[in-house]
Ligand binder design. Structure first.
Ligand code: PRP
Ligand code: ZN
Ligand code: MG
Length: 226
């Protein structure tokens, strides 16, 4: 009889920090994949799983719209998309299957290394360049600070030097990018790790069982490292 089971679709980052970690995780979980070439779609050879490699920023929306079943994405990107969708009355539902043990970083406000900083009120009336306007605005609202932001999808760290903004709100991992651009961290506003999420769309029994099996294996890979 023909195998009619749908293939499980998982979105991961195509290149960048999370991409290699995802490949290692899948390998540890026993998935036979050829992720070496940069194809958009890779078929797992030993399980009915397809891996889609896309821009990290696209992953939350693909899961929330049920276009893919699972996704691995940074919580920073996930929370930003959730806030944006909630603000614009679009569906923002997903289930977190497991927080992962890689992709750790923080979203921070950084200012000129020589600037005075006396707490969040020092930001009042200034402009902050960021790729994360909703996370930034939530922080500013909670802190009671009136500041403006401007969107930059890349090269955020050069904005102050280029005269585009007074400060930035961007991801910090090692701190090397801030250091290289004469900036210092003033406030950490969000701490992030990679996380495995699932669409709220109901899967057929066999496919949901495959998700459960995959999650069990991923838990095993992570526990083995602890
Ligand atoms: C992030 C961020 C900084 C850098 C910080 O960019 O935008 O550029 O990492 O890391 P560091 O503290 O270790 O220097 P990422 O590499 O995620 O790429 P992107 O800016 O293209 O999204
Ligand atoms: Zn990105
Ligand atoms: Mg960057």
């Amino acid at each position: 009889t023909p195998n009619t089971q749908a293939r499980l679709r998982i979105a991961i980052q195509k290149s960048g920090r999370l991409a290699d970690e995802c490949a290692t995780l899948f390998k540890g979980a026993g998935l036979k994949l050829n992720l070496r070439d940069q194809r958009l779609l890779s078929h797992c050879q030993n399980l009915p799983i397809d891996i889609l490699r896309v821009r990290d920023d696209d992953i939350p929306g693909l899961v929330m719209d049920g276009v893919v079943d699972l996704g691995i994405v940074g919580e920073n990107v996930l929370e930003e998309e959730r806030l944006e969708r909630c603000a614009t009355n679009r569906s923002a539902e997903f289930a977190t299957l497991r927080r992962l043990d890689f992709g750790g970083c923080r979203l921070s406000i950084a200012i000129d290394k020589d600037a005075q900083y006396q707490g969040p009120q020092s930001l009042a009336g200034t402009r902050i360049a960021t790729t994360y306007p909703y996370l930034l605005q939530r922080y500013l609202d909670n802190a009671g600070v009136n500041a403006s932001s401007c969107m930059l999808k890349g090269s955020v760290e050069v904005a102050p030097r280029a005269g585009l903004a007074d400060s930035i709100c961007d991801l910090v991992s090692t701190g090397a990018t801030l250091e290289a651009n004469g900036l210092k961290e003033a406030e950490v506003i969000f701490r992030s790790k990679a996380t495995l999420i699932q669409s709220t769309k109901v899967l057929d029994t066999a496919t949901q069982e495959l998700v459960d099996k995959l999650l069990t294996r991923i838990n095993g890979v992570i526990q083995a490292k602890e």
